[in-house]
Design a protein around this ligand. Structure first.
Ligand code: KIV
Length: 283
């Protein structure tokens, strides 16, 4: 484990060294500490926060204040990983001014090292403005959940020649605009391989096959904690939801049955003091 904080330059250097980059999401300090203890290089406070923590139907309703609140919590749990905050829908689309002001808040107020924005060629002027302002940017193309409606839903992107070429052009444009890495979400593995070969910055895949320079997953999916919808590309490395539910049910049953708290989980006072109290109560 490195002893010093990772920088965006370390992440870019990992591509050159052909060292795979690992990225996981976190939304609170407990998970953040565990993600860092596992040696994960990048912690992303994704706007998937909206789905898996806040109970929204999509990422669209997530606000700046909600993102900053959770980024602050996560930042208190990590000291080595690079911390990336996801810019929520409408915090960067309306103007470059909005993007820089809101992007800056992730660094100044929430302890983030970089921000992530969704979009390809259209978003490049904004990426340039952020980078010019000193805010490192991770791009995100392919299936972009904030604009999934425009893409016809949560579908694999880049399956035909025209859309695959468009995605390659977008990845190139993001690199030229100064992004330090780009997330490829839900694209065919062969296309992700071509993009990874063609650009100098790391590709971070999610549903994009094994050839990307790194991989990202939503921690709740990997842990088997989010049962509402699990994308087919997710590998559940644990199945915690049934275990958590069983623990809650056991607790409920033991409280109802007077089993918990037992002596081991209670405080006691000296017998003499208890006797005096008992005597007083009886008077
Ligand atoms: O919001 C998020 O968690 C993401 C990752 C899945 C890339 O954007």
């Amino acid at each position: 484990m490195p002893k010093k904080k990772r920088t965006v330059l370390d992440i870019v250097a990992m591509k050159a060294a052909a060292e795979k980059i690992t990225v996981l999401t976190a939304y609170d300090v407990s998970i953040a500490r565990m993600v860092e203890a596992a040696g994960i290089e990048i912690v992303l406070v994704g706007d998937s926060l909206g789905n898996v923590v806040l109970g929204y139907p999509s990422t669209v309703p997530v606000t700046m204040e909600e993102m900053l609140h959770h980024c602050r919590a996560v930042s208190r749990g990590i000291s080595l990983a690079l911390l990336v905050g996801d810019m929520p829908f409408m915090s960067y689309q309306a103007s470059e001014y909005d993007a820089v002001v809101n992007g800056g808040r992730f660094l100044k107020e929430a302890g983030c090292d970089a921000v992530k924005v969704e979009g390809g060629v259209d978003i490049c002027p904004t990426v340039r403005a952020l980078v010019r302002a000193g805010i490192p940017v991770m791009g995100h193309i392919g299936l972009t959940p904030q604009t999934a409606g425009q893409l016809g839903g949560y579908k694999v992107q880049g399956k035909d020649v025209a859309s695959a070429r468009r995605l390659l052009a977008e990845a190139r444009a993001l690199e030229a605009a100064g992004a330090f890495a780009v997330v490829l979400e839900c694209v065919p593995a062969q296309l992700a391989q071509v993009i990874t070969r063609e650009i100098g910055i790391p590709t971070i895949g999610i549903g994009a096959g094994v050839h990307c320079d790194g991989q990202v997953l939503v921690s709740h999916d990997l842990l088997g904690m989010f049962e509402k919808f699990v994308p087919s590309f997710v590998k559940a490395y644990a199945n915690l939801a049934p275990q958590i539910k069983a623990a809650f049910t056991n607790y409920r049953d033991e409280v109802k049955g007077g089993v918990y708290p037992d002596a081991e989980h209670s405080f006691t006072m000296q017998v003499e003091v208890a006797e005096i109290l008992k005597d007083q109560a009886e008077k």
